[in-house]
Design a protein around this ligand. Structure first.
Ligand SMILES: Cc1cc2nc3c(=O)[nH]c(=O)nc-3n(C[C@H](O)[C@H](O)[C@H](O)COP(=O)(O)OP(=O)(O)OC[C@H]3O[C@@H](n4cnc5c(N)ncnc54)[C@H](O)[C@@H]3O)c2cc1C
Length: 379
């Protein structure tokens, strides 16, 4: 058993962290305040090789695995989760093409994500179907060699900035087949009948673009079907199995960033005439924060490593994502508390970290959904 990262993996960590400090840290607060999508930063991240790390070299990518994706995600989140989301999800949904697409789809859609200014999205959630993915109502009806799509999607990351999205639709009529009547269909964003509205006023990750999308008689060719008709639900579950390790990396990173800032702060801040850090009560909190981060990191790397070995373990991935998200919320809360009143104002980054962390317990499956996956294995 070797717990060491390779030299190449350590280089990826260093390059990413340096990129985050140079390109993201100076502007993170501004993008958060303005709820502005950082397209230029995403472009620079692409040029640095941080977008689509999992895309194999025959499709223009660096051909790394999901462990490397988790490492990149972690290092970006140490600095800012909002812009992390923009970079990590610039290829969102394309994993479906890699896992289940035809060779022609892979050659058409994957290279532009890493070589051109092209953004993707994965549209599964609906106003009345979030945790209950199979409760999807958006319908795609075959007419000749086209699908005609009608329905609504909710909370779609990159919804107003993407070039195309992979949309989960109902294509089968058999109500009894609750999980076997969906399909994934690639829809270009400039097709007639699509309306995307940006959702403003999010608690956190405000640089990230989130939208509600309406489809009204949107026509796409049947060749845009990704994977098998009727297997869309299972394709999405497979997708989550890979991408949840990226989200787990986000939790590790944001918590590490909050801890780093707190360690610096308690050494500088003087209370009762001496540094805050000399109090054992403070030291114990730092120790607990560091221990939980390390636990989540080990779990995350192991889950991602197993994905790369072709041994996807849904329960392990669910553990990594749920534990890491909950841990990040806990650590960011402690970090803010140790900053006192200064932590409560947006001049200090921990305030943004505290707001941003909460999403990790909600998106890519609320943590309760992950607990269901874990308990299903136990029972
Ligand atoms: C900023 C943001 C970005 C997002 N990006 C995307 C995206 O790119 N693509 C996409 O498709 N979706 C996206 N989502 C949607 C996200 O995945 C859903 O919000 C999430 O899956 C929860 O679904 P819901 O909001 O409908 O909550 P619901 O399903 O209504 O659940 C509400 C709450 O009830 C609890 N709960 C639910 N079911 C159970 C149960 N069985 N047992 C116990 N408790 C339960 C959970 O705590 C949950 O948070 C995004 C959401 C946000 C906020």
């Amino acid at each position: 058993m070797d717990f060491n990262l390779s030299e190449e993996q350590r280089l990826i960590q260093e390059t990413t962290y340096r990129f985050a400090l140079q390109e993201i840290e100076p502007v993170a607060k501004q993008y958060d305040r303005e709820e502005k999508y950082p397209r230029e930063i995403v472009k620079k991240a692409r040029e640095t090789g941080l977008v689509g790390a999992f895309i194999p070299d025959q499709y223009g990518g660096p051909g790394y695995g999901f462990l490397e994706v988790a490492l990149i995600s972690e290092q970006l989140a140490r600095v800012d989760l909002g812009i992390n989301v923009c970079i990590m999800t610039a290829t969102f949904g394309s994993e479906n093409i890699l896992f289940n697409g035809t060779e022609e789809q892979k050659r058409t859609y994957l290279p532009p994500l890493v070589n051109e200014d092209v953004i993707a999205a994965g549209a599964y959630t609906e106003p009345n179907a979030g945790t209950d993915v199979a409760g999807t109502r958006t319908r795609a009806v075959r007419q000749g060699n086209e699908y005609v799509i009608n329905g609504n999607k909710m909370f779609i990351t990159n919804g107003t900035v993407c070039d195309w999205m992979v949309v989960l639709c109902v294509t089968g009529d058999d109500e009894a087949k609750k999980h076997g009547r969906h399909s994934l269909i690639l829809v270009e964003s400039d097709r007639k009948g699509i309306t995307a509205n940006k959702i403003r006023g999010k608690l956190g990750i405000r640089a990230s673009d989130t939208a509600e999308i309406a489809f009204e008689d949107v026509r796409v060719p049947c060749e845009n079907l990704i994977g098998k008709e009727g297997q869309g639900f299972y394709h999405v579950m497979h997708f989550f199995d890979a991408t949840r390790t990226m989200v787990a990396g986000q939790g590790v990173g944001i918590a590490q960033g909050a801890l780093d800032k707190t360690v610096r702060y308690v050494k500088e801040r003087t209370v009762f005439g001496r540094p805050l850090a000399v109090n054992q009560g403070v030291q114990f909190q730092l120790a607990e924060m560091a221990t939980r981060i390390e636990l989540a990191r080990t779990l995350t790397y192991r889950a991602a490593w197993k994905v790369d070995q072709g041994e996807i373990d849904p329960a392990l991935n669910a553990m990594a994502k749920y534990f890491s998200g909950e841990m990040a919320v806990w650590v960011c809360d402690k970090a803010l508390q140790l900053h006192g009143g200064y932590g409560y104002i947006d001049e200090y980054d921990v305030q943004r970290f505290y707001r941003d962390a909460k999403i990790l317990e909600i998106y890519e499956g609320a943590k309760e959904a992950e607990k269901l996956t874990i308990s299903r294995r136990l029972l």
